[in-house]
Ligand binder design. Structure first.
Ligand SMILES: Cc1cc2nc3c(=O)[nH]c(=O)nc-3n(C[C@H](O)[C@H](O)[C@H](O)COP(=O)(O)O)c2cc1C
Length: 185
């Protein structure tokens, strides 16, 4: 990849969605830094209307994988049991990002927090991938009960999950789609 003018640009350019992780857990200090970078994201009117649930329990992540796939299959356990994907790619840490449900900027506020955390991870030698599919875990009548179990505050809705860990494979950067910028001078 081309030379980068500074470390921030390098982290932005070199971040990739990693889909294979080592089992080694991330350091507490790194985790704290990632969380702080999420908490310091911008939010419209400074509502900071996000909540992070840090999940480092392999059994729970495995249950999330199974239940999410079951929900994706519309509750068809036969179908989902044949789906051998690991939606969380063996990551040792998954952070669930929930947003205050009654604000038009919630989704974007939470997305800024997500990207801050992904870039912080990259800068620390860790990798990440955003798991939009995790929304399916909270797409059924059980959603509220699950959210409570995860410690999501009342009035908040799970929006994104993000995997963090040490990369065990590094994907090639996907090409940029041309024609996405115009200039008016
Ligand atoms: C909102 C959002 C949801 C995503 N959901 C998933 C997902 O469920 N599973 C997955 O493997 N990747 C997911 N991704 C990662 C994208 O596939 C990835 O960002 C894209 O292919 C570009 O690759 P890069 O992140 O390495 O630049 C998601 C990304 C975003 C922004």
């Amino acid at each position: 990849m081309a030379e980068h003018p500074n470390d921030t640009v390098r982290s932005i350019m070199e971040r990739r969605s990693v889909r294979k992780y080592k089992t080694q857990q991330i350091d507490e200090k790194d985790l704290r830094c990632i969380i702080d970078c999420g908490l310091w994201a911008p939010s419209a009117r400074n509502t900071q209307n996000w909540h992070f649930t840090v999940i480092q329990n392999a059994e729970l992540i495995s249950w999330m994988n199974k239940q999410t796939k079951e929900n994706i299959a519309g509750g068809n356990k036969d179908k989902s049991s044949k789906d051998d994907r690991d939606l969380f790619y063996g990551a040792p840490t998954v952070i669930l990002i929930s947003g205050g449900a009654d604000d038009i900027w919630t989704e974007s506020n939470c997305a800024y927090a997500v990207e801050n955390m992904c870039l912080a991870a990259q800068s620390l030698g860790l990798s990440s991938v955003i798991i939009g599919l995790a929304r399916f875990l909270f797409s059924t009548l059980e959603a509220e009960a699950y959210a409570k179990e995860f410690g999501v505050p009342d009035g908040y809705k799970p929006l994104y999950a993000v995997c963090f860990g040490y990369p065990d494979a590094r994907p090639d950067p996907p090409a940029r789609i041309p024609g996405k910028v115009n200039y008016i001078k």
